[in-house]
Ligand binder design. Structure first.
Ligand SMILES: C[S@@+](CC[C@H](N)C(=O)[O-])C[C@H]1O[C@@H](n2cnc3c(N)ncnc32)[C@H](O)[C@@H]1O
Length: 231
């Protein structure tokens, strides 16, 4: 690694404190983690080390060249627990029903369709699995170009999605950590990860896996909250 790259990694470690972040959100050996917007893999390699040989990291991006460089680095270091996935702008195409956690590190503010992308993560998550958004907070540094999203703007996007905010960690010097989970429909007491809209609409009776899911309100209106289907 060049001096420049290693210095950059050191600076990023100061900003991101990856071990402290992974401790705070509960990343453990053996977990299966998705990462959206992994880029060249700054955080991916930290996740890969933490989950170990019994775990796996699915690193997504829309930039195939960045993922190719991530793969080359993994190969050169003999790392075998990272798989790369080229996604679509609104859908990361992560594997269904497998993930213990999803990270979006330094990428949420770059997403063109953040609400759709979040909603398309739902089928990939195990029950109650969190999505962890780590993004720079413009109130913590000078952002004259207004490139980053304020805490309020991020909260507003989460509120429009099928997720709800669990909590925010603010201990990083420039970033916030937003831990979100699939919202429970009001009065239903179960998760909103029910693939019931298609089945309810086509009248086939029971919810079926369709790969599509409705908003909390759609699900409740359709009475899908009576079902508790984890696929
Ligand atoms: C600022 S870079 C951060 C990369 C990496 N997470 C890091 O911290 O070094 C933002 C990344 O988000 C990716 N990205 C932008 N829109 C995306 C989308 N819709 N789905 C997946 N990745 C996306 C970009 O290609 C880029 O690699």
């Amino acid at each position: 690694m060049s001096l420049c790259l290693s210095l950059h990694a050191d600076v990023r470690d100061t900003w991101h404190q990856p071990d402290k972040v992974m401790d705070a959100v509960g990343v453990k050996p053996g977990m299966i983690i998705g990462e959206v917007g992994a880029g060249h893999g700054y955080f991916t390699f930290h996740l890969s080390r933490r989950v170990g040989d019994s775990g796996r990291v699915y690193a997504n991006d829309i930039a195939s060249r960045a993922l190719a460089s991530l793969r080359r680095k993994a190969e050169s270091e003999g790392i075998t627990n990272i798989e790369t996935i080229v996604g679509e702008i609104e859908d990361p195409l992560l594997p269904e029903g497998l993930l213990d956690m999803v990270f979006i590190v330094n990428a949420f503010h770059d997403l063109a369709k953040p609400v759709m992308l979040l909603n398309n993560l739902v089928p990939s998550l195990k029950p109650d699995a969190p999505v962890v958004i780590i993004d720079r907070d413009p109130s913590k540094f000078r952002d004259p170009a207004g490139h980053f999203l304020t805490q309020e703007e991020i909260r507003e996007k989460i509120e429009r999605s099928d997720f709800e905010l669990d909590h925010i960690e603010t201990f990083l010097p420039q970033h916030n950590i937003y831990v979100i989970r699939v919202a429970k429909p009001e009065g239903c007491g179960i998760q909103n990860r029910v693939y019931g809209v298609k089945a309810a609409v086509d009248g086939s009776g029971l919810p079926k896996a369709s790969g599509h899911h409705g908003s909390r309100d759609q699900l409740c209106r359709l009475g899908v909250c009576r079902f508790n289907v984890h696929l």
